[in-house]
Design a binder for this molecule. Structure first.
Ligand code: IPE
Ligand code: IPE
Ligand code: MG
Length: 226
C-alpha cells in the first residue's frame, strides 16, 4: 500500500457509528459493536505494519454508562472477550497494550484481565495501543487538578492520565459526527482532526490510508508563522 513519508506518531480514533451500521444492516446494535472489533483489529494491524508508534481508541466514555444496561453489559463483555483473544497476536506483533480511564468504574474481573494483558505486553517495543475506557476529558482534567492541588504542584500535565504518552497528532472521528464528545480535551489542543462519514465497522485499512494522506497534506503551525 502506498503511504505518505510523513506519518503521525500518535493517531487517536473516536470509533463512532456501530449502532447506525447495525441498523443499516437490519441488525441489533450489538452486532455493530462486534463488527467494530474487526475494525479495531484491522487498524491495529495496519499501525504495526506501517510503523505508527501510538494508536489510541475511544472505546467507552463516562457518558456511555448512561446507555441501556443491556448495551453496557454487551460492550463490557466484548472488551473482556477481546482481551483474552488478542494476547497471542499482540505478542507476535510486539504490541504494548494500555487501558486508560476511570478504571474504578470497571468490574473487578475486567480490571484483572486488563492488568494481566498490560503486564504481559509491557515490555513490547512496537506499537503502543491505548484503549480509553470509562474516559472523559473533563474527568481527566478534574482528577489531575485534584491530585496536583493535593501535592502542591503547578504543572497539570504530569497528573493527566495520559502522562508519559505523546499527545495525538491526528484525531479521526468516524460516522459523520463533528464533535469531540468529551474526549481528549487537553491533549488534542494542537491535534489535526479528520471527520469521515464512514461508520466505524466499515473503517478499514483503505479508509485509514486515505486519512494518513490527508494528514500528510496538513500544515501544522502551532500558532507560529511559517
Ligand atoms: C460507537 O458506536 C461505540 C461506542 C460509543 C461505545 P455507537 O454505539 O455510538 O454507534 P451510533 O453512534 O449509535 O451509531
Ligand atoms: C463517543 O461516541 C464515544 C465513543 C466513541 C466511545 P458517542 O456515540 O458516545 O458520542 P455522541 O453521544 O454521539 O456525542
Ligand atoms: Mg455514537
Amino acid at each position: 500500500m502506498d503511504l505518505p513519508d510523513k506519518l503521525p506518531t500518535h493517531v487517536s480514533i473516536i470509533m463512532d457509528g456501530n449502532g447506525r451500521w447495525a441498523r443499516e444492516h437490519g441488525r441489533e446494535r450489538t452486532f455493530g459493536h462486534a463488527e467494530g472489533i474487526e475494525s479495531v483489529r484491522a487498524i491495529t494491524e495496519a499501525c504495526s505494519e506501517w510503523g505508527i508508534k501510538y494508536l489510541s481508541l475511544f472505546a467507552f466514555s463516562e457518558e456511555n454508562w448512561a446507555r441501556p444496561q443491556e448495551e453496557v453489559d454487551t460492550l463490557m463483555k466484548l472488551m473482556f472477550k477481546s482481551i483474552a483473544a488478542e494476547y497471542e497476536t499482540m505478542m507476535r506483533n510486539n504490541v504494548r497494550f494500555v487501558v486508560l480511564g476511570n478504571r474504578a468504574r470497571l468490574s473487578a474481573t475486567l480490571n484483572e484481565a486488563i492488568d494481566t494483558l498490560m503486564g504481559q505486553t509491557s515490555a513490547n517495543t512496537g506499537l503502543t495501543l491505548i484503549v480509553f475506557m470509562s474516559y472523559s476529558g473533563k474527568w481527566d482534567i478534574q482528577q489531575a487538578a485534584g491530585r496536583m492541588a493535593a501535592e502542591g504542584g503547578d504543572d497539570l500535565e504530569p497528573y493527566l492520565i495520559t502522562a508519559g504518552y505523546p499527545d495525538p497528532d491526528l484525531v479521526i472521528r468516524t460516522s459523520g459526527e463533528k464533535r469531540i464528545s468529551n474526549y481528549l480535551l487537553w491533549q488534542a489542543a494542537y491535534s489535526e482532526f479528520i471527520f469521515t462519514d464512514t461508520l466505524w465497522p466499515d473503517f478499514r485499512k483503505d479508509s485509514f490510508r486515505d486519512a494518513l494522506w490527508e494528514y500528510a497534506s496538513r500544515d501544522r503551525r502551532y500558532g507560529k508563522v511559517k
